[in-house]
Design a protein. Structure first.
Length: 255
């Protein structure tokens, strides 16, 4: 088989690709946020590692003035879910300062995998991709739209670069393989919160907190049952320990 029919690039193909680069009209690759999302996670610790794992916890997407015309979201209510393209704003590194391999928490934090075979936040371009559920569209006093969503795995104040509708017939692939994630067993922690501590939280935050804690927010390499962890959530600091797959909440204090 000659090179033109194989999976290898031909010299002509390589030249065509090089020429294609020169035709890019956005050569500086600058993009800017169209919105910012406001969530109950003021820090990275405790944020679910994937979208769709926060239960009914709501977040709000507020558009930048330039993109806040109601016309820009006309028809969006017809879709139940949205794709968000956003920035890992706390993980931005200097150009060229990236690693070809990372250690996914799902593999215990010890096995290295290629960065493009993971969803690690430590990437050459710190971009995240999440599916969220659209609950409703609200309006600010000036008429600007606000998207209320659930399932966001993002820190408060995260810049959102683009929003696209989730289209089931094209985006859903039940037969898809999950790579190493198919080999790692999903588990949840049993969460114990004394009633007197649970009562400190607003009622609408109680179940979402249980859902978040059940996913084990600890770093994968930490197993010390005596270590007390602190997580900021919805304006409160929640302190807990974990022993034998049971998470025990010890205090809830307003921050």
């Amino acid at each position: 088989m000659d090179r033109g029919q194989s999976g290898n690039c031909t010299d002509k193909g390589e030249k065509d690709m090089a020429a294609g680069k020169k035709e890019n009209r956005n050569a500086d690759h600058r993009i800017r946020p169209v919105a910012y999302i406001h969530t109950d996670f003021p820090t990275k610790f405790g944020i679910p590692r994937q979208s769709g794992l926060t239960g009914d916890l709501e977040a709000k997407i507020v558009f930048e003035p330039e993109f806040s015309s109601p016309e820009a979201v006309r028809g969006i209510e017809e879709f139940s879910h949205l794709w968000l393209i956003w920035e890992f704003s706390e993980n931005v590194r200097k150009p060229g300062n990236w690693s070809a391999t990372v250690r996914p928490p799902r593999l215990g934090g010890n096995t290295r995998v290629g960065v493009f075979a993971t969803r690690s936040p430590f990437r050459p371009n710190p971009l995240g991709l999440s599916v969220v559920k659209l609950k409703r569209v609200e309006q600010l006093g000036n008429g600007a739209p606000v998207l209320v969503v659930t399932g966001a795995d993002m820190m408060d104040g995260t810049p959102v670069f683009d929003i696209k509708p989730y289209v089931p017939f094209a985006d859903s692939h039940p037969e898809a393989k999950g790579g190493f994630t198919d080999q790692t067993k999903e588990y949840e922690l049993a969460v114990e919160i004394p009633e007197e501590l649970l009562g400190i939280l607003p009622e609408e935050k109680r179940d979402p907190l249980r859902v978040v804690l059940a996913q084990d927010p600890r770093p994968s390499y930490q197993e010390d049952p005596d270590r007390v962890y602190g997580m900021e959530f919805a304006g409160y600091e929640v302190k807990f320990t974990v022993s034998e797959k049971v998470l025990q909440v010890h205090s809830v204090m307003k921050t």
